[in-house]
Write a protein that binds this ligand. Sequence first.
Ligand SMILES: [Zn+2]
Length: 49
Amino acid sequence: MDQKIYTSGSEVEPGTYKCTRCGNEIKIDKKSKLPKCARCGNDKWHKIA
Ligand SMILES: [Zn+2]
């Protein structure tokens, strides 16, 4: 399992990302910059799919 940390503002491949703090999941449809977590404001993500 890939436990690399992705930071908001960095450009990432499409997929599902999970907030490392609150577990909120977001879907990225196309290559784009990661937002901050809308729920807790955290800027660190794991890619889960
Ligand atoms: Zn969060």
